[in-house]
Design a protein. Structure first.
Length: 269
């Protein structure tokens, strides 16, 4: 029922995927890796994709009846028998079902779960009355970016890290391009990144504003600036937002982002 396929062909001829491609946008990133593990059912109603060091993503055609869905996931888990999994990311119902089936077979439990809302921004609404300007990140920003990454780790995942440990990652992000800072009086106060471009969308992530600069509209300003760049390229901006943070969700909606599906990111232990 399942077969491994070349990553570049995983999404070809899959009915129903494009209608959900905003929430499942990470499939486009994963299939860009030659070494990715990509599997599909023979009827193309189930897709599985895992990058070498990432959490696997799972898509199931939403029209598949519940009983058939459960049976398909059981067969997929059997097919993956020699492949240890760190977790799964999918829409909540599918993620939960897969996690329970996998846990029953291998005696694993859910270690951590993040529920995310996927958003798309077909038309950006630029915030009014926000001071500052947008600038692409430069090497001189590496230390600031490292501090922001440490703050992101603590706020988003509850993991406290030394900013010095983030210097290498910060330099890589800056040198790669796509990272932007919002400046007020030539001083960075917020950042966001265009992380990846797929055929119809541009994904934004790494949105962070330090605590002492929040509630001033800076995050909305930097994200709306990136939206304008992507829309100018003919791409629709999209991003994922943690559902436990209503303030950021409201901020994204305020500048034109529309709810486009939910994803549960589950990790096993």
């Amino acid at each position: 029922m399942f077969e491994k396929v070349d990553p570049q062909y995983l999404l070809e001829g899959v009915d129903g995927f494009i209608q959900e491609e905003v929430s499942y946008n990470l499939f486009y990133l994963i299939t860009g890796f030659e070494e990715a593990l990509t599997i599909k059912s023979c009827d193309s109603k189930v897709l599985f994709a895992q990058s070498p060091r990432g959490n696997p993503w799972l898509w199931v055609n939403r029209d598949l009846p519940e009983e058939e869905r459960e049976n398909a996931l059981k067969l997929l888990i059997e097919y993956l028998d020699e492949t240890p999994l760190t977790g799964v990311s999918s829409e909540p119902r599918t993620a939960e079902m897969f996690a329970n089936l996998y846990g029953a077979r291998y005696h694993t439990s859910i270690k951590r779960r993040m529920d995310m809302e996927a958003y798309a921004c077909p038309q950006v609404v630029k915030p009014e009355g926000v001071s500052g300007c947008l600038r692409s990140a430069q090497l001189g920003d590496v230390e600031t970016v490292a501090q922001y990454l440490a703050g992101f780790s603590e706020d988003g995942y509850g993991i406290v890290v030394d900013p010095a440990s983030q210097m290498e990652a910060a330099e890589i992000m800056v040198c790669k391009g796509g990272l932007y800072m919002w400046l007020v009086d030539d001083r960075p106060v917020s950042m966001a990144q265009i992380a990846h471009r797929s055929p119809r969308h541009g994904r934004i992530n790494a949105v962070f504003t330090p605590r002492n600069e929040r509630r001033k509209g800076y995050a909305g300003a930097v994200v709306s600036g990136l939206c304008s760049i992507l829309l100018g390229e003919g791409l629709v901006p999209m991003l994922y937002a943690d559902m436990v943070n209503p303030a950021s969700n409201r901020a994204y909606q305020k500048i034109g982002f529309i709810q486009s599906g939910q994803i549960s990111d589950i990790r096993f232990e």
